[in-house]
Design a protein around this ligand. Structure first.
Ligand SMILES: Nc1ncnc2c1ncn2[C@@H]1O[C@H](COP(=O)(O)OP(=O)(O)O)[C@@H](O)[C@H]1O
Ligand SMILES: [Mg+2]
Length: 294
């Protein structure tokens, strides 16, 4: 469904753009229909940049992104519009997607005008009702309110509902539940689980390993823009092969385990990142790849 092939992103930074920052370096992975792939890494590791390139919000420096057989970078005009009917993104901070002077239903009016102007009023109402039901929101509780009158969880779920109004096939979910409280989190995770059952492909971006483990089929560990480890979630979490993945896993406080010097040592032993190192992904098992220096 989605194929990210050897994609890199170099930003020009500094006063006159004279310096270069490689945010993403030679990243490849695939997402199949009904599959949730989590993209895990510390802040600054390039997760959002990967999501933004898929959503065509940031141009790719090199490599290619393919969705259902079409090169995403080359999409223009009507084709790009149609891409957005199937591929949508929801981001960490729901407040930034709303204009504070308009009521929440405005975000729906915008997609109605852009994509769904052919629907009759009753068809529109029906679809809106279904989308809100999917995210467990009562229309009367939310649509007629200003963003400041709603919680972060309600705003986030409204944005997911907006994506569901379209013929959504792929969702880039960038830290979508990091801001929500525990009870709302599980609602959103369950919703993603249901959508996945219906064939939605999801790139689930998170810095939270336990969320990634809970929801995803495949896991990609990103470190300084590079793939450190990639594979079936069960394998990456059950038998982590990269020292960085091991250190990350050891740094998650566990519900049923007390702090131990063992875990602390693993984190302390985390190898320094060497930007000059040349790495290649080596297959260590079925559906399990680890970066190794060459
Ligand atoms: N528009 C931009 N211009 C310059 N540098 C950027 C831009 N966007 C992101 N970066 C840099 O790219 C790196 C990766 O950022 P990002 O993809 O946001 O990481 P993450 O989502 O994992 O926290 C960071 O060093 C960040 O400062
Ligand atoms: Mg980010």
């Amino acid at each position: 469904m989605l194929k990210v092939d050897n994609v890199s992103k170099v930003f020009k930074v500094g006063t006159f753009g004279g310096k270069k920052l490689t945010a993403v370096s030679e990243v490849s992975f695939e997402v199949h229909p009904g599959e949730v792939v989590s993209l895990i890494g510390e802040s600054g590791s390039g997760k959002t940049t990967v999501g933004r390139m898929i959503l065509r919000l940031t141009p790719v420096t090199s490599g290619s992104i393919n969705f259902e057989g079409t090169d995403v970078e080359g999409l223009k005009g009507r084709k790009l519009r149609s891409y957005y009917e199937h591929v949508q993104g929801v981001f960490q901070d729901p407040f930034s997607s709303y204009n504070p002077i308009f009521k929440a239903d405005r975000v729906f009016e915008m997609i109605r005008r852009a994509y769904l102007s052919d629907l009759s009023q009753s068809e529109w109402n029906k679809r809106l009702g279904e989308a809100l039901e999917a995210v467990v929101l009562e229309p009367t509780d939310v649509l007629n309110k200003y963003p400041h009158q709603l919680s972060g969880g309600q705003l986030q779920r409204l944005l997911i509902a907006r994506a569901l109004m379209l013929d959504l096939r792929f969702l880039v979910a960038d830290e979508i539940i990091s801001m929500l409280d525990a009870s709302t989190r599980i609602d959103v995770l369950n919703l993603l689980g249901e959508l996945k059952e219906r064939g939605l492909g999801v790139l689930f971006i998170t810095h939270d390993l336990s969320l990634g483990n809970y929801i995803s089929d495949k896991t990609l560990i990103l470190r300084h823009g590079r793939v450190a480890e990639l594979g079936a979630t069960q394998k990456v979490f059950g038998n982590p092969r990269h020292p960085y993945t091991r250190a990350l896993l050891a740094s998650v406080p566990q519900l049923h385990r007390k702090w131990s010097t063992n875990a602390a040592d693993l984190v302390a032993e985390m190898p320094e990142h060497d930007p000059g190192a040349v790495e290649t992904l080596v297959q260590v098992d079925d559906d399990h790849f680890v970066a190794q220096e060459v």
